[in-house]
Design a protein around this ligand. Structure first.
Ligand SMILES: NC(=O)c1ccc[n+]([C@@H]2O[C@H](COP(=O)([O-])OP(=O)(O)OC[C@H]3O[C@@H](n4cnc5c(N)ncnc54)[C@H](OP(=O)(O)O)[C@@H]3O)[C@@H](O)[C@H]2O)c1
Length: 336
């Protein structure tokens, strides 16, 4: 009997310690309990991974959630699951393909026409290390979806977000922005040899620089914009790397990573925190590593490059300058 007691006690202590270590290593849960009843949230890439869990938690907190996804079957299924679990019927699935300017424009038009307000925009969708693909409009896929798609969407929704102030924009960046370089001579990988890893890092650095430049332009409007690295999260993001499919990674690395890698529910906590935390209401233009305000890489602080990136992005997506100002300048897409 004593022998079993000892075994149970050792197993119990080990499991308890593992849970504590994992909780510590993965950053814990959102410290804010704030509700968002009456607020409208637009979130991209909400059918899977971090986006789906963020939508779920914000629905639980009472918001009206508009999920923008490219696969309507997956989007409807996720929205249905969230409505059933949270009993929040204000969760809608809408078509949004960030690799198509036409789709982005249609999505934004519908929101601008049908929604009274947009209090929180979460630019979450992302593609990582895909082959050398291009978007419908000919942009390199990772730069096109992760940066240009969200750049255009944000600008097209800005008047509505402005009129809903105090409101927030959250960009999901990544720690890997530190390895990124913005190549202003060849943003779209048309001249140099394609490097899918570097292209992802460039797109994530662009997320941080877009956040900083937009914050400068939004000063005094009551709209804040911040970006966040969610941590390392077990999602579908690595689908193009092949890593998660290999036997080595599932048998040897898998158990090791279990302790350090977050579940999508844990990975959504930083996005939820930036969306709702009362103490962040006046914070703008900042980079968060999960819940902690940090300095981003030095190249992300280069305001001249950020400004140039903004101008070039506006040209690429056909947006006319001048860009946002406190009086609520509108944005029109130019005919291409
Ligand atoms: N997971 C991590 O460790 C990690 C770390 C740092 C940063 N991040 C960032 O976190 C964000 C969410 O990623 P995740 O880890 O949750 O990955 P995920 O599970 O692969 O989810 C990505 C989401 O983006 C959507 N998406 C991809 N291309 C799209 C397009 N053209 N138009 C509309 N939606 C599109 C996907 O839709 P489909 O299902 O249709 O493909 C999916 O809903 C990304 O911005 C990523 O860079 C993740």
């Amino acid at each position: 009997m004593n022998k079993y007691l000892l075994t149970f006690s050792v197993v119990g202590t080990t499991v308890g310690a593992a849970v504590l270590v994992k909780d510590y290593a993965t950053g814990g849960t959102c410290p804010s309990k704030a509700k968002i009843t009456g607020k409208t949230v637009v979130i991209t890439g909400a059918n899977a991974g971090i986006g789906k869990e963020t939508a779920w938690e914000l629905a639980r907190r009472g918001g009206r959630i508009i999920m923008g996804c490219r696969d309507m079957e997956k989007c409807e299924a996720a929205a249905k699951e969230i409505r059933r679990d949270t009993l929040n019927h204000n969760v809608c699935a809408r078509h949004l393909d960030l690799a198509s300017m036409k789709s982005i424009s249609n999505f934004a038009k519908k929101i601008n026409e049908e929604e009274e307000r947009v209090d929180i925009l979460i630019n979450n969708a992302g593609v990582m290390r895909c082959p050398h693909w291009t978007t419908e409009d000919g942009f390199e896929m990772q730069f096109g979806v992760n940066h240009l798609g969200h750049f255009l969407l944000t600008n097209l929704l800005l008047e509505k977000i402005n009129s809903s102030a105090p409101s927030r924009i959250i960009n999901i960046a990544s720690l890997v922005h530190i390895a990124g370089q913005i190549d202003l001579e060849d943003l779209n990988w048309e001249r140099k040899k394609y490097d899918t890893k570097a292209a992802y890092c460039q797109s994530k650095l662009a997320n941080v620089m877009f956040t900083k430049e937009l914050a400068r332009r939004l000063q005094g409007t009551g709209v804040t914009v911040n970006c966040v690295h969610p941590g390392v999260v077990a999602t579908e993001l690595g689908r193009h790397t092949g890593m998660h499919k290999s036997a080595f990674s599932s048998t040897i690395l898998g158990p090791m990573f279990y302790m350090l890698v977050k579940t999508p529910t844990q990975g959504a906590q930083p996005s939820v925190f930036l969306s709702v935390a009362e103490e962040l209401k006046d914070i703008s233009g900042k980079y968060f590593d999960t819940f902690t305000l940090k300095s981003p890489a030095a190249q992300a602080e280069d305001a001249d490059v950020a400004k140039r990136l903004w101008q070039m992005s506006a040209e690429l997506v056909g947006l006319s300058e001048p860009t946002p100002n406190p009086t609520g300048a509108t944005h029109q897409m130019k005919e291409r």
